[in-house]
Ligand binder design. Structure first.
Ligand code: 9D3
Length: 234
């Protein structure tokens, strides 16, 4: 898969995408990231990418032309038109299901907005979908684009280790995870639960399932309700 991010802060995006599991997936060639500065596509002699809104009002609006030229540039030489996503507080909220759907695309372009917004005409012409990551206000679309890139990348075949991947498939139950412990057995007067030291695998499994249920009931009653409903079905 190819993911191009159009932003005013390409270095910020490159840094995030070069680390950890996502960075490793890129190094392995499972995904290719391109982080592009929208400013590089302005034709303005002062390198401007924004201007005052028509009709007046506060703040600045990102101009259509540099954004459209950036999209044209990253589409060049591609057989198919990329799927263009605008990260915006007005979009539908990203879900795991949406990330899974997007993980099947060949080429995504993620457009990050700033200032008071983007000229509506380039959105109409070029954008296929608008996505938000939740109902809280950030300073720009970069973190949302990185959240989306991270979420999609880990779903690509080969991105996760076999161990984690197996765990995902076998354990995805709709419950929260059970508590985990590692050495030492006692820390600050707190002991690891005896059952985990017993070596009795059936008891350990039963204990973990119980813990997962209890935690979900306490911390995420919404998920617990859903889980109970799916359990009732044959
Ligand atoms: C002037 C009114 N503001 C809308 C509430 C404007 C505005 C605020 C913040 C416009 C852009 C932003 C920056 N945020 C994003 O670009 C953004 C975002 C977010 O703030 N929260 C959750 N998801 C997203 S996706 C893009």
């Amino acid at each position: 898969m190819r993911i191009d991010i159009l932003t005013l802060f390409p270095e910020m995006c490159e840094r995030v995408l070069s680390e950890s599991i996502v960075g490793r997936a890129a190094a392995k060639g499972i995904v290719t990231f391109g982080c592009h500065n929208i400013r590089d596509y302005t034709l303005d002699k002062h390198n401007r990418v924004d201007d005052a809104p028509y009709g007046g009002g506060m703040g600045m609006v990102m101009q259509a032309e540099p954004i459209d030229r950036a999209i044209q540039a990253v589409s060049k030489g591609c057989e198919e038109r990329p799927y263009v996503i605008y990260l915006s507080p007005q979009g539908k909220t990203l879900t795991q299901q949406k990330a899974l759907e997007l993980s099947h695309m060949k080429h995504l372009v993620l457009l990050c907005g700033h200032y008071e917004g983007v000229d509506e005409r380039v959105l109409e012409q070029d954008v296929d979908e608008e996505l938000s990551i939740g109902d809280y206000v950030l300073t720009g679309g970069e973190l949302p684009a990185l959240v989306l890139a991270d979420c999609i990348t880990r779903l690509l075949p080969g991105a996760l280790s076999d161990a984690i991947c197996f765990e995902e498939e076998s354990h995805f139950s709709g419950l929260l995870e059970y508590p985990q412990y590692t050495r030492p057995v006692e820390w600050n007067g707190r002991r690891v639960p005896d059952v985990l030291l017993s070596g009795h695998h059936a008891n350990i499994s039963a204990w973990r399932h119980e813990q997962a249920l209890e935690r979900t009931r306490q911390k995420r009653p919404d998920l617990f309700e859903k889980y109970q409903e799916t359990e009732k079905k044959p």
